[in-house]
Ligand binder design. Structure first.
Ligand code: NAP
Length: 281
């Protein structure tokens, strides 16, 4: 079995992006900038945002976090997004989710200029992705896609099973694979006989949030298995795939942690640089 070392692949990508940022600085005398809006004090969100800022700074991006208390009014956030949309030093804007209940997520996402939408959640980008056009792509599925392409550059005709249909993971993942001419099945909580569906996959992507749901006898021999899940359990963080047993049948498998997670962050950096490049056109 080929262990897909997301940490190593992400580090290689980060090095290349750092070189790209250096070239941008020299050529344009400008620095691509990422601004993250963090609302409230949820511990995981604070950790994610801190990691994003650290990684952005490491490759030489300008990085800023705007923090608001959890009772901030929606209009104040919308006004700030307008300000950032008009700020030429800001290439990418990310509003960390989840948001407090009184703030309308859809309204917030739709307010971000699609050209600065580093998360790829704006309906304009979602539409472009599903139409097969160039678009900003959500960071986690983009990271999964790049890992899959490392293992198997030609995906045409492969059967891909995506477990989970969230806007964050499952749906954009399916669109990326469809664009690569895979035959894609999207499964979810109402899917009948998930095991049977999975067992047909040359590629299986699990983005569910159920610890070790996917077992060895769900997986076709020599399939590529990508585990998006991050689940806290008594034995520590585990994915959606039963790693030990699936590693005996899969051709390639991502570990948790150290698989998809590091790719998510590096794809955010990549998206920020792409947004900067768009701003030059
Ligand atoms: P989500 O929004 O909760 O979506 C979960 C999906 O799984 C839903 O489509 C749901 O179906 C489906 N599902 C639930 N139970 C199922 C079952 N028994 N069989 C088949 N499908 C089932 O979750 P998410 O945001 O996509 O995240 C999924 C996992 O990825 C979580 O563990 C999360 O922590 C992790 N994650 C990791 C990263 C990373 O960087 N590695 C980034 C983001 C998220 P319905 O639509 O029918 O409800």
């Amino acid at each position: 079995m080929n262990l897909i070392d997301g940490k190593k692949i992400a580090a290689e990508m980060r090095n290349k992006l750092k070189v790209e940022v250096d070239i941008i600085k020299k050529k344009f005398n400008k620095v691509p900038g990422l601004t993250v809006i963090l609302i409230g004090d949820l511990a995981p969100s604070q950790i994610y945002v801190r990691n994003k800022e650290k990684s952005a700074k490491e490759i030489g991006l300008k990085s800023e976090i705007i923090k608001y208390p959890k009772d901030i009014q929606e209009i104040s956030v919308l006004n700030k997004i307008d300000e950032l949309n008009n700020d030429a030093t800001v290439s990418g804007i990310l509003v960390q989710l989840p948001l407090p209940d009184h703030i309308d997520k859809k309204k917030i996402i739709e307010r971000i200029n699609p050209d600065k939408d580093v998360d790829g959640f704006h309906p304009y980008n979602v539409g472009n992705l599903s139409s097969g056009y160039e678009s900003s792509v959500p960071c986690t599925p983009l990271g999964c896609y790049l890992l899959i392409k490392k293992i198997e550059p030609n995906l045409s005709g492969k059967k891909a099973i995506v477990i989970g249909r969230s806007n964050l993971n499952g749906k954009p993942m399916a669109q990326l694979l469809l664009k690569e001419n895979c035959t894609v099945t999207i499964t979810h909580s109402k899917t009948k006989d998930l095991k049977n569906e999975c067992s047909k996959g040359d590629i299986v992507i699990a983005a569910v949030g159920i610890p070790e749901l996917v077992k060895a006898d769900w997986i076709k021999k020599d399939a590529i298995v990508i585990d998006v899940g991050i689940n806290k359990t008594d034995k520590g963080i585990v994915g959606d795939v039963a790693f030990e047993e699936v590693s005996k049948v899969a051709k390639a498998l991502t570990p948790v942690p150290g698989g998809v997670g590091p790719m998510t962050i590096v794809c955010l950096l990549k998206n920020t640089i792409e947004c900067f490049k768009k701003s030059l056109k």
